[in-house]
Design a protein around this ligand. Sequence first.
Ligand code: SAM
Length: 329
Amino acid sequence: SPPGDPDPEQPSKKRHAGDVGVVVDHYNTRPEVGVAQRETSPIIGLKSFNNWVKSVLISRFAHPALASSKVVGRGSRAGRGKVLDMGCGKGGDLIKWANARVAEYFGVDIAAVSIDQARSRWQQRRNHSFDATFASLDCYTEPLTKAFIPAKLATPFDVVSMQFCMHYAFESIQKARCMLENVSRWLRPGGTFIGTIPNAEQLIQNLENLPPDAPDLKFGNSVYSIRFEDRVHKPLFGHKYWFYLQDAVENVPEYIVKWDNFVQMAAEYGLHPVYKEEFHHIFSEHRDHAEFGPLMVHMKVVDANGESAMDEDQWEAANIYFAFAFEKR
Ligand code: SAM
């Protein structure tokens, strides 16, 4: 059956063993909440902030690649390009891509239930300004072949986006390479690869600051916690920790991404970094910006008086991550 149709025989709908099974089950079983219920989340300030950061990243780095696309989009949007959202989850970034005036969107995620939810949420929306297609795939073990991509989308993408999901690939070198191959193979020269991942240096620093007699290798605050499996650094891949984020992530296994190693490997796939910034810095860099400052109020990151919607613990948790952009050459 064509990608986009639920297909129980698809490899990604098989049960996954090991850590990846824990990750998939976690995301598949997280309930889908509407806008009203989302507003009641105890970490709504942090969620809004993360969404604002993604909007900034998309506007600054993805939008130019979409606008300069040679792909002919629909109707008056001719020239607006295509995005591949790898690890798209329940499609939480669709409105951001609408605002970036994308013409074609392809969302892929290993969690088949999330993909079904993203698709039905999309189908329920009226006045679509672009085409969106969804499919489930383990993007870190299965190649994104031409056979998998719907024929209308099987030309290079202008943007590949990986939000809060790339670090799951760093369980092994094979997975990281499969992920990079999937990104690079479908990105046109001059196209942009954007993403958000945890800041390994900061996590390792926190691990090293733990007293030698600490009962477990854990740190955090009321909002998040990170528990390492091992104090000894794994060379480059498979340095595992369990991540908890209130009302979002329940002790899911994740892996350290060593930036220099990632950059070196990405270069082998024609991907070169143009931006890397911690979330706190992105906040201070853009808070007075003519577009992103007011957007912060609109997205309820701060109120009209500039008062933050995050308490101190949320603010600390926000800086676990940094955002990046690469260009394909
Ligand atoms: N990108 C979305 C966002 O920003 O809202 C979802 C982020 S969620 C924290 C991480 C996502 O990565 C989950 O939806 C999960 O299923 C997906 N993921 C993890 N491993 C994956 C893999 N091997 N292939 C594709 N998606 C994967």
